[in-house]
Design a protein around this ligand. Structure first.
Ligand SMILES: [Zn+2]
Ligand SMILES: [Zn+2]
Ligand SMILES: [Zn+2]
Length: 716
């Protein structure tokens, strides 16, 4: 029996430890992976069952668990204990996002937390995974990864996977399947290889799988000398880019800036730079880097890396990065995004976005430090670099890292209190763009004459008013850039994304500054939606601060009167307006909102690909959709859309509202309304089967910056 079929058999035999339900390998949504001692304790406490790390609870049992957690949370809420926030974070925790339909043996499992746990024993489900900077197609066992057909499938043989890798540098996941007709014996037809669609620029390999791959590659490897290839520029751009995140032009430019380093008998400057970038890019241990780069030892890799770090500190960072390397005029004239200029009156004003990010690192044996670096919210040890960037994503400075127990507001207060720092650059009238976490520092900033753009706080109210929600949308339209900077840097420089080694902590600030320098120098400016900008801005500016549909819903008490509506399936609402992608982007006020709508929808569609909808009984032009919150268990929202039947385009949506926090918004709409409009006006016409991964790929043409943005603080 081959290895792959035996492990998938084990997988098929996996059962929920609580109800003994058999977990089949497809559809893992809503399951819960037990991954820490905390999880074990929680299940024991709330469900009275012993479980082990690596166990997976079925969707039903996970739901029960979540209910118990929220009950417990409610009891805690009436009890003034301070440990609530860390518990809430867990309620919406899910085994795997459904953006990509995936087979659970290859989902991301945090190895560090498992390995660090002494109670962990090896189980066949949890395998050691290595992340590699190579592209991959969708992960799919249930349908063909080339053409999505569901019949007559065959597991993809390793020979074919190697063939795809050699031709296109794409790693096909191990248990993927494809139609028999694409295969000729163990090989894929050449033209089928060209048809493979990439959905991610990184992939994960099982350790054993990687060993097999390297074995098969070995005959080629003997004639392959990495260091030689670098010096002679024989390495193809795509391979260089995959390993370092940069091309030869960038690397030559870096070499010209690194003036204090010389070639030695052992290595050239270029070799050291490539090795360093490879470390920063992959975040792999030095022994892996050494093996990759054909070096004799770990120590040799470390010494290359140290020399490059030192040269950055001496030659580049002091005059090419940070506050001392830029002027006010440069930021105002060169690095303020057109969107910011159009939305806000910021002529001759500096507009900066600030946000803290975090880097996970190992536990510290130093108790005082361990206490300061433990985040109750993220439940791990971490420290916080603090990003200050412009509205097009240029990083002005990245002070810190600060301790995990300091919040964004206190960090910013500290930074603007310092004499020769940021204050020097700023003048009264300048703009700070912030998220809600900064609310405590707002009075101080305003007192000093700064403008502060911050999303409105809901406070005790259920919803923001239309005006508040609209203003918040203008803020998030600018603020997302800082999230994108964090996303791009985390994705491109895995060293800062993975758990950081404690022994390198003293160098962490330098690594952060280098990553931001590289991003400023070689990265792209963030100007989202440049082709539709005028239309989007105009639609945002012309929106009304009165949501008349919301008022109708309120006055008629539609939320409570069930009898007003009758149930339909979305297949029936055929008179709903159709819209183009461009119109949807304008309506939602950005492509990011469109991508959110798609991934939201992926979670909300029923198995047969339809939505359950209700029509108002009196008039057939108002739809109601009841939708489950993604974050709060058992919380439901009701969306309403009023439209002109049998007409098309932007003006055919007459009104919309929703009971969620941002539901009254008329600048754009909340994610629930967006998901519904996307589905009815566009998505359902694409294909019988809804494939979110594909919809997203075609939407962005796999454009790096759009796929990395993980969160928008404004979403619910
Ligand atoms: Zn179960
Ligand atoms: Zn096929
Ligand atoms: Zn909503």
């Amino acid at each position: 029996m081959s290895e792959s079929s035996s492990s998938s058999k084990k997988l098929n035999e996996a059962r929920c430890p609580i109800c003994n339900f058999r977990l089949r390998s497809c559809s893992n949504v809503d399951r819960k992976l037990i991954k820490s001692q905390e999880d074990i304790d929680k299940v024991l406490r709330l469900m009275n069952k012993p479980v082990e790390i690596g166990d997976i609870l079925c969707a039903k049992c996970n739901k029960k668990l979540c209910t118990q957690i929220s009950l417990e949370k409610k009891q805690l809420l009436s009890d003034p204990e301070p440990c609530i926030s860390s518990m809430c974070a867990d309620i919406s925790e899910r085994f795997e996002s459904t953006l990509f339909i995936s087979d659970f043996s290859s989902t991301t499992i945090n190895n560090q937390s498992i390995l660090a746990d002494p109670t962990y024993e090896y189980t066949p489900i949890v395998k050691e995974m290595i992340e590699m900077p190579f592209s991959r197609p969708i992960i799919s066992h249930c349908y063909c990864f080339i053409c999505s057909s569901k019949s007559d499938l065959k597991d993809i043989p390793i020979e074919a996977r190697l063939q795809v890798f050699l031709k296109r540098r794409i790693l096909v996941p191990k248990r993927n399947r494809c139609c028999k007709q694409h295969l000729m014996n163990k090989w894929l037809y050449e033209d089928e290889i060209d048809n493979i669609k990439i959905v991610s620029d990184k992939c994960e390999l099982e350790l054993s799988d990687m060993a097999k791959f390297m074995d098969l590659l070995a005959p080629d490897a003997t004639s392959f000398n990495f260091q030689d290839k670098i010096d002679k520029r024989l390495m193809p751009q795509c391979q260089l880019y995959a390993l370092t995140g940069h091309n030869w032009k960038d690397i030559d430019h870096l070499q010209s800036l690194i003036t204090s380093m010389r070639n030695t008998s052992k290595r050239t400057v270029i070799q050291a730079i490539v090795t360093f970038l490879c470390k920063l890019r992959t975040g792999n241990a030095n022994r892996v880097i050494a093996a990759f780069a054909g070096l004799d030892s770990e120590r040799q890799a470390q010494s290359y890396i140290d020399s490059v770090l030192k040269s950055f500190e001496d030659d580049i960072l002091p005059n090419q990065f940070g506050l001392q390397s830029i002027t006010r005029d440069f930021i105002i004239n060169e690095r303020t995004s057109p969107v910011a200029k159009k939305l806000f009156d910021c002529q001759n004003r500096l507009m900066i976005i600030c946000d803290g990010t975090y880097i996970r690192h190992q536990k510290s044996s130093n108790n005082v430090y361990q206490r300061k670096s433990y985040s109750g919210h993220k439940k791990t040890t971490l420290c916080k670099p603090f990003t200050i960037c412009t509205t097009d994503g240029f990083v002005i400075d990245i002070p810190g890292p600060f301790n995990a127990n300091e919040n964004d507001a206190s960090i910013l207060k500290n930074i603007i209190g310092q004499k020769n720092g940021l204050s020097e650059l700023l003048q009264p009238g300048d703009y700070f763009v912030l998220d809600r976490g900064f609310r405590d520092v707002v009075p101080i900033l305003k007192k000093r004459g700064f403008n502060v753009l911050i999303p409105a706080l809901k406070g005790k109210n259920k919803q923001l008013t239309t005006k508040e929600s609209n203003e918040s949308r203008l803020v998030t339209k600018i603020r997302w850039v800082v999230e994108a900077v964090h996303g791009v840097i985390g994705q491109k420089y895995k060293l800062l994304h993975n758990q950081f080694q404690n022994k390198s902590l003293p160098k962490l600030a330098t690594y952060c500054r280098i990553a931001c320098f590289l991003h400023n120098k070689f990265g792209k400016k963030f100007n989202s939606d440049s082709e539709n900008m005028e239309e989007i801005i105009n639609s945002m500016k012309s929106s009304n601060d009165v949501n008349s549909l919301a008022e109708m819903v309120e006055q008629g008490r539609w939320n409570t009167k069930r009898s007003l509506f009758k149930t339909f399936s979305s297949d029936d609402a055929l008179d709903f307006p159709r819209m183009s992608i461009k119109e949807l982007k304008i309506f939602f006020t950005g492509s990011y909102q469109l991508s959110q709508a798609i991934s939201y929808l992926a979670e909300m569609l029923k198995e047969d690909g339809t939505l359950s909808l209700k029509f108002a009984k009196e008039s057939n032009d108002i739809l109601q959709w009841e939708v489950q919150s993604r974050h709060i268990n058992r919380k439901k929202y009701k969306c309403y859309i009023k439209y002109l039947p049998k007409s098309n385009g932007l003006s055919s949506i007459v009104g919309h509202c929703c009971t969620c926090a941002n539901g009254n918004r008329t600048v754009g709409c909340c994610s629930h309304v967006a998901a519904l409009i996307y589905h009815l006006s566009y998505g359902r016409y694409l294909s019988r089967i809804f494939r979110p991964a594909e919809a997203l790929t075609t939407l962005f043409d796999f454009n790096e910056e759009m796929t990395v943005i993980e969160s928008d603080s404004d979403n619910d």
